[in-house]
Design a protein around this ligand. Structure first.
Ligand code: UFG
Length: 339
């Protein structure tokens, strides 16, 4: 039996794929998820992929007594903390809910970890901490900019809280700054399940291709980029998931009981919105209906990751191509349409 890892938000998009990566690497994941933004069908998908049930607590993670009892019952060795609200627009309307949920649960979790002597924490952060960088790619040393959204601020403050706790207490932690996760497990048993109209580009593309949306609106083509559309670093969600396993291994093996570090998780490559549309058309074999609309407020012009540090210290880098990610996202969308 491998080390047991608590995955908060383990039924979510990145969380569920990380559960697969953990199990495949010999760890024993335990899920804690309140299903406020995920579906119980994810557990069925996980069972199909892994051939076994993953223990799951359908509860809020902001519960100190519950956390302590899970830690003890399962003899948890490390925690990957995904559970958080993540809608940028909503965060501006409901700041207190975001600060309370995202930071409250982090504080409760670390309190419970310290009480039970658990020392390995992996935190879901975001490339949003870099804001609109002056010169991409961004390294982990690139100055953090004032957050453009409440959601982004919960990630920045979350990183700072963890850093301060690690300096004072025996806690080893790593913040992983995600770029743009896309795709799905190649089995199409799990994938992204956006509720309502998707905010993110790839689910909007696949829903448009499936006929659920009439047409994609590209938010602006007058940016100072080669084709005028914004540039991001899209990363296959399974590559991202595997990085969590590498980060956990790194933390667990690290001698410094006060370890705190940050890592970029991206492909290291920037692609524009138009490039994504073109690549998707090649993957699906059909033209995608789209039109150019106005810019979306708050969008970063261009950002992609320098991944040297992750590669050097975590021994991790992406293995899947953008086309594979789009093909997997498309297979998942077709599976959803058929089910
Ligand atoms: N885009 C469109 N049309 C759409 C949706 C997106 O043109 O219908 C464009 C956006 O303008 C952007 C690119 O596609 O240029 C990517 O947009 P996403 O919404 O998919 O991703 P973002 O980079 O905006 O968002 C990501 C994460 C968020 C995080 C944010 C912070 O998904 O969780 O970065 O910058 F908060």
């Amino acid at each position: 039996m491998g080390p047991k890892i608590l995955v908060t938000g383990g039924a979510g998009f990145i969380g569920s794929h990380t559960v697969v990566a953990l199990a495949e690497a010999g760890y024993e994941p335990v899920i804690l998820d309140d299903f406020s933004n995920s579906e119980s069908s994810v557990l069925t998908g996980l069972r199909s992929i892994l051939g076994k049930d993953i223990p799951c607590y359908a509860r809020d993670c902001n519960d100190y007594a519950l956390l302590r009892s899970i830690f003890r019952e399962h003899q948890i060795s490390g925690i990957i903390h995904f559970a958080a609200f993540k809608a940028v627009g909503e965060s501006m309307q409901e700041p207190l809910a975001y600060y309370r949920n995202n930071l409250g649960s982090l504080i409760t979790l670390m309190d419970a970890m310290l009480a039970e002597g658990i020392s390995n924490l992996i935190f879901s952060s975001s490339c949003t901490v870099y804001g609109n960088p002056d010169q991409p790619p961004v390294t982990e040393e690139t100055p953090v900019k004032p957050a453009a959204s409440v959601y982004g601020n919960t990630k920045q403050i979350g990183e700072e809280i963890i850093r301060d706790v690690c300096a004072a207490k025996p806690l080893k932690a790593i913040s992983l700054r995600y770029f743009n996760p896309i795709g799905a497990h190649p089995s199409a048993e799990i994938g992204e399940l956006p509720r309502g109209i998707p905010n993110n580009l790839v689910p909007f593309i696949t829903q448009t291709a499936a006929g659920l949306r009439k047409s994609l609106t590209i938010f602006g083509n007058d940016y100072p980029t080669p084709d005028g559309t914004c540039i991001r670093d899209y990363i296959h969600v399974m590559d991202l998931a595997e990085a969590h396993v590498s980060a956990l291994r790194y933390a667990m093996a690290h001698a410094d009981v006060h370890l705190y570090d940050t890592f970029n998780l991206g492909s290291g490559q920037g692609n524009s919105v138009l490039e994504l549309v073109q690549q998707f058309e090649q993957v699906s074999g059909s033209p995608l209906p789209y039109q150019i609309g106005p810019r979306r407020e708050g969008d970063v012009v261009a950002v992609w990751a320098d991944v040297q540090k992750s590669s050097n210290l975590l021994g991790w880098k992406t293995r899947r191509t953008l086309k594979e990610a789009l093909a997997d996202a498309w297979r998942w969308q077709q599976k959803l349409a058929g089910s």
